[in-house]
Design a protein around this ligand. Structure first.
Ligand SMILES: *Cc1c(COP(=O)(O)O)cnc(C)c1O
Length: 367
């Protein structure tokens, strides 16, 4: 069927989500392809969500009043520095919508979060993908050089999805000193709670950088991916502009109730996030011992830069009932149950036994 659409739509590829897990011969299947939290939700959060279902005939509070108040207190910021949306995805979409248009450019590291590409193209703007450094950190010098008169938005992803490297405070400050003050810089911290070292809390940098927008979500460490709540913290003027591009009522009543409950349990959420970080670090060491390349990760996942062996690795994982995510240059494995980690480690040993990944143990940072 032919119908008239914006030319940008024809040029925008649809987002390809992670594959579902396919069970093999009666075994439990594991989905490690979408960075979902593998532990069951905290009971008090489920309870709060269930209770709010009783009023599903009502819209959620369009002003997200209670959650905004609680988050402002939690982060020690003003309420007018916060806006919530249907996941960090809607928050990011709003940021693209208020800045990018045909003839303008959006600068981001690559590989990074897949969505940055279609979000740029849908606005008719041009993506400027700046390759990560060899050690898989953001090449902030190259990113600063890529900024010009046409640049409207710059995105940093810390820890970076899918490679896991964080942006450090010092390199961030050096970078910000080179960015024009009227260009918005987004610090996407979807995996903030999993960071143990090397990164920093973007909220701490807000007072000295009015053009900084910190993006966070309840989808990852809070384990609420299915309820869609994300938020931005920024200068009130940036937040006001973002509100024009966020759908009213996009954060449901159930989602707001669950998010408030989860925020009240922030220390439990953090304990679980650090437990996942510990499994991540153990698994990283284990894979290195086996002899496959693994990047140093501060996210809720590991990155195996397997290059031309990535497809084979993904297939071998699928054959043992584990869905992992093949992306440009490698495979991303979300942290999951012990049994799932064991199967991935087994697939890795077999790959090495076939002589496919030998001598590649030093990818990523040292150690
Ligand atoms: C998962 C993710 C998001 C978006 O998650 P939502 O579920 O929409 O909150 C944003 N940025 C990065 C880097 C992510 O990995």
């Amino acid at each position: 069927m032919e119908f008239r659409v914006r030319s940008a739509v024809a040029d925008t590829p649809a987002y390809v989500p992670g594959k579902p897990a396919a069970p093999v011969a009666g075994q439990k299947a594991y989905k490690l392809s979408s960075n979902e939290h593998f532990m069951s939700p905290l009971p008090a959060v489920v309870e709060a969500a269930a209770k709010s279902l009783e009023t599903m005939n009502l819209y959620g509070d369009p002003g997200v009043f209670d959650l905004t108040e609680e988050m402002a207190q939690h982060l020690s910021v003003e309420t007018n520095q916060l806006v919530f949306g249907a996941g960090a995805s809607e928050i990011l979409a709003a940021l693209f919508h208020i800045t990018a248009e045909p003839g303008t450019e959006v600068v981001f590291p690559w590989p990074s979060f897949e969505m940055y590409v279609p979000l740029t193209l849908l606005e008719g703007a041009t993506p400027v993908k700046v390759p990560l450094r060899e050690d898989l950190g953001h090449d902030l010098d190259a990113m600063a050089e890529a900024i010009n008169d046409r640049t409207r938005l710059v995105i940093l992803c810390s820890p970076n999805n899918p490679t896991g490297g964080p942006v450090g405070r010092e390199e961030f400050e050096e970078f910000m000193a080179k960015v024009p003050h009227d260009v918005l810089v987004v610090l996407d911290q979807a995996y903030f709670e999993y960071m143990v070292e090397g990164g920093f809390d973007g909220v701490d940098a807000l007072p000295s950088h009015p053009n900084l927008v910190v993006v966070r979500t309840f989808s990852k460490a809070h384990g609420m991916a299915g309820l869609r709540v994300g938020w931005a913290v920024a200068h009130p003027d940036v937040i006001s502009a973002m509100r024009t591009a966020i759908m009213p009522f996009s954060v449901s009543r159930v989602a707001q109730a669950a998010a408030s409950a989860s925020l009240r349990l922030a220390s439990d959420v953090d304990v679980r996030a650090k437990e996942i970080a510990r499994i991540r670090d153990d698994m990283q060491a284990r894979l290195r011992e086996i002899g496959v390349p693994v990047a140093d990760s501060q996210g809720g996942f590991l990155w195996l830069p397997l290059e031309d062996k990535a497809e084979e690795f993904e297939r071998a994982c699928r054959d043992v009932g584990v869905a992992v995510r093949q992306l440009t240059g490698g495979v991303r494995v979300s942290i999951g149950e012990e049994e799932a980690m064991d199967r991935v480690a087994h697939v890795a040993s077999e790959l090495v036994a076939r002589g496919h990944a030998s001598g590649a143990t030093t990818s990523g940072q040292e150690s």
